[in-house]
Design a protein around this ligand. Structure first.
Ligand code: 5AD
Length: 359
């Protein structure tokens, strides 16, 4: 196994079977894998970590994904939408505190009001700072909408494929979701000129290592610039969460598998941005994101919203509810990164090297 990791660290592309073997690693050999991926991150991207301030600006959603806590049929959720002023205030906070980019995330809506409003908010943020990067994460939209949002100033878009396996995709979504349409949306985003990010959930009920290996090959073949992926976590008010409740043992397994996924992604794709997802932190509150960085990730997305609102943006149970606006939380994050030899790249928008090379 050491030989295989060494070979791939040097830049050789693993075969499908080798990817499966790497994803299965545990204990000491998993640590060897993570360390190799972290060395590649250091070598190619340096000891920097990019911060993106996450604004979860609305939990109103027209979708009914079987895993997601803010799915349309979940009547227990108090729906909210932040006002323009609140969103701009969050963005201003991020800019003032040196975050290089903001991520605006919401449930999916396609009505004209929503589409127009997002465009206006994006241009509003660009008026505060032309340099701050803006990433949108608002689901599947029409090519026209993507173009409008790109023209209004957003440079990046995150749209997870959730799983690249068409059958599994259908199993975890309601009948209105469509795998081919999701893939087309990724193409539409690319055509609209976005830096495109995608990703999957790790440890879904029934998901195999073979499928996860195919996910990594999908990232490579789609030539993605950014990868965001994290462990699946049950939400008690969703069909999937009710049927497959989490145990501590399952969660720990998924955490390890997610770190292995991050590491193999870094070894295969080298120069892309990889986020250490919030769901890592949900399983391991003390050090989940740091462990993501140590396995090859280079982006952290602290949540900028106030604690009260965040409780209504609960995609899965036990979502961390730290007040990242508090000076303490940021200094803690900075300190914990310093301990592992990483520094926050303040005021850098952090365009993925992979994207710059493609241009
Ligand atoms: N567990 C983990 N991740 C989830 N997401 C949604 N619900 C869950 C869950 N139960 C992720 C999806 C989505 C992103 C915004 O949050 O991958 O794309």
């Amino acid at each position: 196994m050491e030989k295989l990791i060494e070979k791939i660290e040097k830049g050789s592309m693993p075969t499908h079977d080798e990817i499966v073997q790497l994803l299965a690693l545990q204990g000491e050999s998993a640590l060897l894998l993570h360390r190799a991926a972290h060395r590649v991150k250091r070598k190619i991207l340096g000891n920097k970590v990019f911060l993106r301030g996450l604004v979860e600006f609305s939990n109103v959603c027209r979708c009914d994904c079987l895993y997601c806590g803010i799915r349309k049929s979940n009547e227990k959720v108090a729906r909210y939408t932040l006002s323009d002023a609140e969103i701009l205030e969050n963005a201003r906070f991020a800019i003032d505190h040196g975050y290089g980019a903001v991520v605006l995330q919401s449930g999916e809506r396609n009505d004209e009001n929503f589409v127009k409003r997002v465009a206006e908010i994006v241009s509003g943020i660009k008026k505060i700072s032309a340099d701050v990067g803006i990433t949108l994460s608002c689901g599947e939209e029409t090519p026209d909408t993507y173009r409008l949002w790109r023209e209004s100033g957003a440079e990046r878009y995150l749209l997870r494929i959730e799983t690249s396996d068409a059958a599994l995709f259908q199993q975890i979504h309601d009948e209105k979701a469509n795998y081919q349409r999701r893939r087309r949306s990724l193409d539409d985003l690319r055509e609209a000129g976005f830096t495109v990010g995608s990703g999957v959930m790790i440890g879904l009920p029934g998901q195999t290592l073979d499928q996860l290996a195919t996910d990594l090959e999908f990232f490579r073949d789609q030539d993605l610039d950014m990868i965001g992926m994290g462990p699946f976590l049950a939400h008690g008010d969703t069909p999937l969460g009710k049927r497959y409740p989490d145990t501590e043992e399952i969660k720990q397994k998924r955490l390890l598998l997610a770190l292995n996924m991050i590491a193999v992604t870094r070894l295969m794709l080298r120069d892309v941005n990889i986020a250490a997802a919030t769901s890592l932190q949900a399983i391991s509150p003390a050090d989940g994101r740091q462990r993501g960085i140590l396995a090859g990730a280079n982006v952290i997305m602290p949540n900028l919203g106030e604690a009260a609102k965040k409780r209504n943006y609960r995609l899965y149970d036990n979502k961390p509810d730290i007040d990242e606006n508090a000076k303490n939380a940021r200094l803690e994050l900075e300190k914990s990164l310093q301990k592992i030899g990483e520094i926050i790249a303040y005021r850098e928008s952090g365009t993925p090297l992979h994207y710059l090379k493609r241009q």
